[in-house]
Write a protein that binds this ligand. Structure first.
Ligand SMILES: N[C@@H](CCC(=O)NCCCC(=O)O)C(=O)O
Length: 259
């Protein structure tokens, strides 16, 4: 049986009447049906009450990127600059979803905003515009850049901690990544370990220490180039292995219960 992979949604206004819709980018649906080999299940921003029931049906979870920022109230940060996109319905769902997924040992891959949510969900904080901080780079890509391969192309290098999953998968000390974010980890959550850094020190990858299953976050977007980038593809393949292991364990438990 193929694993059922949850994909976190945003609430976005669509159509003539700006009706709120719960949506996730096609790139996540494609990567789940591609290298992950799973069935994509979009998770609406339905709030914390649904989290346990949703997770009971999932074998893996991808926390997606999004232009919106995590609401600073969740990490004790200053209010956003006016005009900064927020998505309170998403925050109210994803933060408890992440905590519950880790507690239940459901494999978790958190991408960009997803990694920022992972950090906040576990008690960390965020810088809101790292390009405004002394000595830091601009990690953002203009939203009016409409040439996809320029918008999502490799933007800077990332130094990898030796003997980590990313170092093993890439067999390299550093890798090139794309970059589509303004925010970054400020205080790392106590249970996260940083495993990759941009040249300006921005944390680019994290792992949940002592997690029962695969649980990591990357600040870049492997979903944009898995069809031509070996490391991006292998991140999803390793995640997929963890999800299949979750299916095996779950079905094993079911068989035992029926005996
Ligand atoms: N808003 C946060 C998170 C950035 C993020 O997830 N960007 C992905 C955007 C997707 C796209 O443009 O294709 C931040 O700015 O750090």
């Amino acid at each position: 049986m193929r694993p059922m992979i949850g994909i976190s949604c945003c609430v976005k206004a669509f159509g003539t009447f700006n009706t709120p819709n719960h949506a996730a980018s096609d790139s996540y649906v494609k990567v789940v049906m591609g290298p992950v080999g799973g069935i994509p299940a979009l998770i609406p921003c339905a709030g914390p009450d649904c989290v346990d029931d949703v997770l009971a049906r999932l074998d893996g979870l991808i926390m997606t990127g999004s232009r919106s920022n995590v609401w600073p109230e969740y990490y004790g940060g200053p209010p956003h600059l006016e005009g900064t996109p927020e998505d309170h319905q998403r925050d109210a769902t994803t933060l408890p979803l992440i905590r519950a997924a880790i507690a239940k040992g459901i494999p978790l891959l958190a991408i960009c905003r997803g990694m920022q949510e992972l950090n906040v969900a576990l008690g960390g904080s965020l810088d809101q515009r790292i390009q405004d901080l002394d000595g830091r780079m601009d990690h953002s890509t203009p939203s009016d850049q409409h040439i996809p391969l320029v918008r999502t192309g490799k933007a800077h290098g990332v130094r990898l901690k030796p003997n980590t999953l990313l170092a093993r998968l890439s067999n390299a000390e550093s890798i090139p990544v794309n970059s589509l974010h303004n925010q970054g980890v400020q205080k790392l959550a106590p249970s996260l370990v940083a495993e990759a850094w941009a040249p300006d020190g921005t944390v680019e990858a994290v792992r949940v220490e002592g997690a029962k299953a695969f649980a990591m976050g990357v600040q870049w977007h492997p979903e944009y180039d898995w069809d031509r980038d070996a490391l991006s593809r292998s991140i999803f393949e390793v995640f997929a292995e963890a999800c299949r292991a979750h299916v095996d364990a779950r079905d094993g438990r079911k068989l035992q219960a029926a005996e």
